[in-house]
Design a protein around this ligand. Structure first.
Ligand code: GLY
Length: 341
């Protein structure tokens, strides 16, 4: 088991290890003596597998549990779903000391966190990520939000969790493509900040790998460091966008039929087209069986980016990797960006 403390204004722990979910109630009540009710937010794929385990544990710890299950998928990540969660908390007379528990992948952790950030001007959220992507990225660092039809994550808030429980035993039951999707974020972390992790990943990691817990914990450590330096995403944190600026466009242009991690893999390739690390990146994405060839035209990429919230003013800040293990942010004109593709 690993414990990583994210040292932001209100520090919190990310616990990474096997078989944590069955004790989630105790983990919460050990650090929170005031909470009485929780809204357990989850989705239709995760609920049949893990909702009962979570509810039993929360109830055994003396908590009243209200459950909210939404249709799995990015198409649910909208204001209507949030309104339903807020209504449910209001009807059940949640107070400022009650909390949201988000049990699921990135869509769930983003939405659970966002509902918590605005209900009664902010209540606590406990993140229980069940996917690799959510364990290594989405659940840590306090970014929460929803999509608009105009773009992904256009509405949201920074709202740090009070605790993250990354139960790595849950990763064994993921559909293989969901696991691989998360590997895109792990590969991203290695390329932007940790050459040693890159070397580790060259031996293919799978759902049963003995070093999976260590890899998740390493990614959390790397992300915690970035968030501690730049909680509000004004500088260093933008390095986490390697492959994402273009990836978001590819994801949206596919009408979300291509999931986030797969789009990010393609995005990393496109933004690295002229980088010396391209052969190593291609080799790594091949090893994990990512379809990484992308034929979106430069015009469509530029147009999509102009609608993306990560563009500031008329310039684009690109996260570029020219050496494995380090990432450079470069703000450039649209034409300069086009030259990279
Ligand atoms: N997922 C990128 C970030 O947390 O900044």
């Amino acid at each position: 088991m690993h414990k990583i403390t994210v040292k932001v204004a209100k520090p919190y722990d990310v616990i990474v290890g096997d078989n944590l979910l069955k004790d989630c109630g105790k983990y919460i009540t050990d650090i929170d003596k005031k909470v009485q009710k929780v809204l357990l937010v989850t989705e239709t794929n995760v609920a049949p597998l893990y909702m009962d385990i979570a509810v039993s544990s929360l109830e055994a710890a003396g908590l009243e549990v209200v459950t909210f299950v939404f249709d799995a998928g990015e198409q649910s990540k909208n204001i209507e779903t949030i309104t339903k969660m807020l209504g449910l908390m209001a009807v059940n007379q949640f107070t400022r000391t009650d909390a949201v528990v988000a049990l699921g992948g990135g869509v769930t952790t983003d939405m659970g966190g966002f509902a918590a950030s605005i209900f009664l001007r902010g209540i606590k959220v406990y993140q229980m990520p069940t996917s690799l992507l959510a364990q290594v990225d989405a659940s840590v660092g306090g970014k929460t939000g929803i999509d608009l039809k105009e773009g992904k994550n256009l509405v949201g808030a920074f709202h740090q969790p009070s605790l993250v429980l990354a139960d790595t035993s849950l990763l064994k039951s993921l559909k293989p493509e969901t696991f691989i999707e998360g590997m895109a974020e792990v590969i991203k972390m290695a390329f932007i900040s940790d050459k040693k992790l890159y070397e580790t990943l060259k031996t293919k990691v799978n759902q049963g790998s003995a070093n999976l817990e260590d890899i998740v914990a390493r990614c959390v450590e790397l992300k915690a460091y970035v968030v501690e330096q730049d909680e509000k995403d004004n500088g260093l944190r933008q390095t986490l966008n390697f492959g994402h600026t273009i990836g978001h466009v590819i994801e949206r242009n596919s009408n979300f039929t291509l999931s986030h991690g797969f789009a990010v893999a393609k995005g990393m390739m496109r933004i690295s087209a002229k980088s010396p690390i391209l052969p190593e990146l291609e080799e790594m994405l091949k090893l994990y069986e990512f379809p990484y060839v992308d034929e979106t035209s430069a015009d469509d990429i530029i147009e999509g980016i102009m609608n993306d919230k990560k563009k500031r003013g008329s310039k684009i800040t690109a996260a570029l990797v020219n050496e494995i293990g380090s990432c450079e942010l470069k703000t450039m004109t649209v034409e300069e960006f086009r030259d990279l593709l």
